[in-house]
Design a protein around this ligand. Sequence first.
Ligand SMILES: O=C(O)CCC(=O)C(=O)O
Length: 340
Amino acid sequence: MTTTTSTPAADKPDATMTHGAVTAGATVADDYSPDIQFDAHEVDAPPEGLFNYEAIARAFEGGLSALTDEHVEFYREYGYLAVNDVFTPQEIQTALDGLLFLINGGRPDFRGVQFEAKARKMLDTIPLEKRQDYVRKLIGYVEFDERLKGMCWHPALIDMVTRLIGEAPEMFANQALLKPPLIGREKPWHQDHAYFNLPIGTPIVGCWIALDEATPENGCMHVVPGSHQQGPVVHFKRRDWQICDDQVQVGKIAAVPLRPGGVLFFDGLTHHGTPPTTSRHRRRALQFHYYPASVAKITAEERLRSASQSARRCCQVVADGRGLSFWGGRRMPKPWPPEA
Ligand SMILES: O=C(O)CCC(=O)C(=O)O
């Protein structure tokens, strides 16, 4: 996520985009103004082995109607639940149409397209029709496209989220996360709650919806099952706002491949991340976060105050003085994979 100078926070797009007439052979540089928005983190590869997985997480088949209370129990215990066949191919195509409409400037008042940092030097070589393959994320789009809004408030999805958090949800954040073929960077290990101004203890559900086949090669989600049970951990600004590399629980990592239309539900405290892509295949996803409608948001200051004890703990990497995100109680993780 893009960050402010002192704390991870909701992304605030500030680019101005001008969409002029498109001529044959036009490039992205011809179509966008110089203050186009880029990912703030141009980073080297992550340390070797940081995304080595011990297990492939099994996605349950048959969509949401096939889920029982046992699946909800699984989510509570392991902090994630992967389900295939949640959205139909038609629904996924409709969502992709909405996404491409926004990426291609269909709503000039939408300022939430963010390019990969690596695209910065290449804009004049990227043909307009290839623009999506250099975009890293879209931020805050649901009010700009009815098709994407329909995904966010899809009745079956909302029913499931309601089951997981135990009451009617409110949407906290909406993003589209694209891992551009060959250049898509890593998203380091983190907990989403660290970015959100919500009280510690709030049940937050992330829904990561695969629009393409998501595989370990093209950067599918990786999770540490059960890690949500350890509570909040300190995040530092290194390659992004992240859990320190030396705190990543290598040896307990599960990769979560999904088919298009599959959804990963995950707890706001679940440690997760995605490796850089080595693939020529796109990996596009929508991500929505929900929290209980009855919970009041807090301020960034309140969130950071709850972290005040944490700087002395946890991390051998020297923080740059801006890294503190939050802190809470710790409990030992449950073993993974579970015994058969
Ligand atoms: O889709 C990805 O690559 C990672 C997304 C993610 O974990 C996030 O943005 O919080």
